[in-house]
Design a protein around this ligand. Structure first.
Ligand code: NOJ
Length: 740
């Protein structure tokens, strides 16, 4: 029945020409069909889908991951519709498909773009076996609020880290050739500002001044577009009074006019109809109007477009050109994916699921993502030779599903290797390994089996506690107001502490937790996030020194929730705190005049610093930075400068270190952060070796959006630091001058 399968007329025909030629043949109903994506998860029989397809009511489906159904739907689309336009098949492939990699926040702790890219590549290859050709990832919302459940899906708080890793993920999913088997389209989300939801409550309002929007929240999206991302998803949230899904400033002015984005924009789930609930529109018809005018090309899982766009055009309220542009954006993506040449999936074209390469990469990603927060008296690594017995305790020791984290629709639990099993297989033949779960889950308040846990700890040479949050406590719609260890975990730690044995806490969680009430009760803390399928073997190797920890925090760890938002790149304020200006609530002299209390920007009942700073992470090696220097003390407005330092590993083991470069623009026409990450690199340093680390910085790397909302580089002094965390004090400076 297909009259025009839209094959290239000749080889030199461009994708633009093919898309436009196809568009010229389409009826309005067919165009609106392309702009509609249907949920194909439970409740929709394949027949229902097939009918909608044959009627030309859909251009895309989501949430079907059965290759036979997908192939049949593609066959109908190609063979039984008038124009034979294949489907975009979307799915949340967020951090793996069957093989699960660490949650994105964990991957961010690796600070390793190559590894993130490889993880996305492997996820795409696995997802493609199910006929999926479009993933709703990467999520690149800057997240500075650990209460927000979706921080788990993000790369954390930093603009450069998020931009770099987001771009790497895009390249991994899409590969060099989007039309090759196993390449899938990426979708950068959620455009924009979602990470700034008030009090970390998911879906809540965001208020972000335009300079901050441009200097922080929008930058990772620009980086994803520069990396070639095929699509963007709008945010559920309201941005400065205009919900993102109806926000013309974001979707037209910035995205199309300033950035020339030529991919397509999909709404979030039913977020067009939600414009009414936000209070922006009176009904679905007006919501369809606002979203279309703003520039949303495709509606996800709603029917505002299919029910109302035709009428709005009839009434001359929407110009058909708007529809044509949206459809052309979508069609170009289908052409680029090569779907018109072949929309069907042949399993044999793709590598096996959970291949050796996938599992090894998942283990490597977990290894590099674990952050050693604390290691008193070098209690870690544990030595299998010197230990006779070890106690494994806690609700997350042997929880194959929980270690996978949020957004694992397709993750295969049977592939998971838990820490308990991995430790058994690593040392079980030499060391007596005992295990008591102690709590049913992380939220449990029943302490009946704490005595059993204390007993095995007392009888062992060391206790390893697997604590944290199970996966359901983070992710979409799973925000928390109290981000300490839930349930009776702190009490469990206290009881185990009383045994006097070395206590090692391994935390599995989807967010930074406040650890203030346990930090002094344990000798070491390893932060493993939700480490994925191969989390167990990675953690076991790190605990027993087969590998050295090398992860660094991608987000600041507050001491208490009231410090939020606390992040390394804050502004200085006019009254910055220092350790000499602060007073603790317990030490206030009530007779003294108020002016003696410091009068700087801090809370009376906690420190002004976080518990663990952005970029922090210990190693079994001993890293020491010295001799920071610049290649030039003055550079021109369009110049580069090289900043170098010497990095020595004074320890006895070789290890990776993530070297970080920070900059401060000391005086500018709008105030700038006290530090901004401007470069980072993972380097391997042999024991007792010294390496030179250097970073080239171009003045364009220092540009910011100023008062006129244009990118600008201003002359003046720049402080630069190199080190192993954002608290590094190894500093020098250079100056940008106008005439050079
Ligand atoms: C809603 C989420 O906000 C979005 O991130 C996700 O991709 C879609 N649902 C589809 O599942």
């Amino acid at each position: 029945m297909s009259a025009s399968p839209a094959k290239p007329e000749n080889k030199s025909e461009t994708i633009d020409q093919r898309a436009n030629a196809l568009l010229a043949q389409m009826t309005l109903a067919e165009k609106i069909g392309q702009m509609s994506q249907l949920d194909a998860s439970h409740g929709y029989a394949p027949d229902y889908l097939a009918d909608a397809l044959r009627d030309g009511r859909i251009g895309s489906v989501l949430n079907v991951a059965d290759v036979n159904i997908v192939n049949e739907l593609q066959r109908i689309a190609v063979e039984e519709t008038r124009l034979g336009i294949p489907l975009l098949v979307g799915r949340d492939v967020i951090h793996g498909f069957k093989t699960i990699f660490p949650i994105p926040l964990g991957q961010a702790a690796s600070w390793n773009p190559d590894l993130v890219k490889e993880g996305a590549r492997l996820a795409a290859l696995e997802a493609a076996t199910a006929g999926i050709n479009w993933t709703f990832a990467p999520m690149i919302d800057i997240s500075r609020d650990a209460r927000w459940g979706r921080i788990a899906e993000s790369f954390g708080e930093c603009v450069l880290l998020t931009s770099t890793l987001g771009a790497a993920m895009v390249e991994g999913f899409q590969s060099d050739d989007l039309s090759a088997p196993g390449a899938i389209a990426a979708c950068a989300k959620h455009f924009a500002g979602y990470g700034a939801v008030e009090s970390g409550r998911d879906y809540a309002t965001t208020n972000v001044p335009e300079t901050k929007l441009r200097n922080v929240y929008l930058r990772p999206f620009k980086a994803a577009i520069d990396a070639g991302v095929m699509s963007l998803m709008t945010s559920f949230s309201d941005l400065n009074g205009i919900p993102a899904t109806g926000n013309e400033f974001l979707l037209r002015q910035v995205l199309r006019d300033e950035w020339n984005f030529d991919g397509f924009v999909v709404s979030d789930w039913d977020s067009i109809r939600q414009l009414q609930i936000h209070g922006l529109t009176e009904n679905d018809k007006e919501s369809a109007f606002e979203a279309a005018i703003a520039g949303v090309d495709m509606e996800m899982a709603g029917d505002a477009y299919s029910n109302h766009l035709a009428e709005l055009i009839d009434e001359n309220r929407i110009d058909v050109q708007i529809i044509d542009t949206a459809v052309a954006n979508i069609l170009r993506a289908k052409f680029r994916l090569g779907l018109f040449e072949n929309a069907s999936t042949t399993r044999a074209d793709l590598p096996p699921i959970a291949s050796e390469r996938s599992l090894e990469t998942a283990k490597q990603a977990a290894l590099e993502s674990v952050v050693l927060l604390k290691n008193d008296n070098a209690v870690l690594p544990l030595s299998a030779e010197r230990l006779n017995s070890v106690a494994i305790i806690g609700p997350l020791s042997d929880a194959p599903y929980q270690q996978l984290g949020t957004w694992v629709f397709d993750g295969d639990i049977d592939l998971s290797i838990t820490p308990m099993h991995a430790i058994h297989s690593l040392i079980g033949h030499d060391v007596n390994v005992r295990y008591v779960r102690a709590m049913e889950n992380s939220r449990s308040k029943a302490s009946d089996s704490f005595d059993d846990a204390v007993e095995i700890a007392a009888d062992s040479d060391a206790a390893i506690l697997f604590l944290g949050e199970e996966s359901i406590l983070s992710g979409e719609a799973h925000s928390r107001a109290d981000i300490s260890l839930p349930g009776d975990q702190a009490e469990l730690v206290r009881r185990i502490r009383e045994t006097g044995k070395p206590v090692i806490a391994v935390i599995l969680a989807g967010r930074p937790l406040t650890l203030t009430n346990i930090v002094d009760q344990v000798d070491a803390i390893m932060y493993a996030w939700h480490p994925g399928t191969m989390g167990g073997p990675a953690i076991a190797d790190l605990l027993f020194g087969i590998e050295s920890p090398s992860g660094k925090l991608p987000a600041t760890f507050p001491r208490m929730v009231g410090q939020i938002p606390i992040y390394y790149s804050q502004k200085n304020s006019g009254k910055p705190p220092s350790k000499d200006t602060i007073v603790h609530i317990d030490d206030i002299d009530t007779r003294a005049p108020q002016t003696s209390l410091g009068m700087t920007a801090f809370h009376l009942d906690t420190h002004f610093t976080p518990l663990f700073a952005f970029g922090h992470g210990l190693s079994y090696a001993k890293f020491d930075y010295q001799d920071i220097r610049v290649s030039a003390h003055e550079i021109g407005l369009d110049d580069s400068v090289t900043i170098s330092a010497e990095l020595t590993n004074a320890g006895d083991v070789a290890a990776d270190e993530v070297v970080q470069l920070y900059v401060r623009d000391v005086v500018a026409s709008i105030t700038r952060p006290v530090k901004e990450l401007k470069g980072f690199r993972r380097v391997r340093v042999e024991a007792h070796d010294t390496v030179t680390v250097d970073f080239e910085l171009h003045t364009s790397d220092l540009a910011f959006y100023g008062r006129d909302m244009q990118p600008t580089v201003e002359p003046g002094v720049f402080h630069v630091w190199i080190g192993g965390s954002s608290t590094t004090e190894l500093r020098t400076e250079f100056r940008i001058v106008t005439s050079k």
